[in-house]
Ligand binder design. Sequence first.
Ligand code: ZN
Length: 253
Amino acid sequence: MTRDARCCQRTKKISCHCECANLPDANVKEAGNPGRLPNWEKSLRGQYHMGMRFSAKSIAVLTVLLAFASVTPRSRAQVPPSSQQSEVPPAQLDHRLHLFHIHTGERLDIVFRHGDSFIPAATAKLDYFLRDHRTGEVRHFDPHIYDILEELTHAAGHPDGEIDIVCGYRTEWSNEFLRARTAGVAKNSLHLRAEAIDLRMPGVDTYHLREAALSLQGGGVGYYPHSDFIHVDVGRVRQWCFNCGSALHKTGD
Ligand SMILES: [Zn+2]
């Protein structure tokens, strides 16, 4: 039995936010570190410290020569590829998402940002992936929500883990469709502005996923325990819980 089927079974009703009804089943060498210097270099430095006189210009030239000698082409060639990669500043790294849409059955593994720059072709694919699954309409998402999703996987202890998308963009029609059939759907939902996503993560308790999302302080976080998903958005930092009761006071693990 799938989670969504269990969700339906638990709620005993067709919840649009649960959306069970739409589921088919549901990185220089330190100058003056004699310990690492060749013998000839140690000797020159030793003579200088013992009182030999060098002009300022000579010292400068000698310093350049020593520095050059310490980074020979051979020493560079000996750096293993993995060490070179570790020198890449974090801001230059690729940022990736693994997504699965529970309604369309589509799966997406995509690098959406390289360093500080979002990749237009990638965000376009994400816009389509997160389209209104009822009407097929596409709207451009605020790409910062992708940063939240990526950070969420790390905060949840599953870096780069796959995220199940429950709901992305909603047209007015789709939002009203939901409002007419279930509670907990805001009339001015940020889903209408493509600034919100409902999701869960396989293998991650949704309560803990909510805690991880809250720790990011990246925007709004809603918790829907009965439908087993959380809502994240790029709006102001806030939180809510729909029909939680004692669910927020869960004990145990
Ligand atoms: Zn939502």
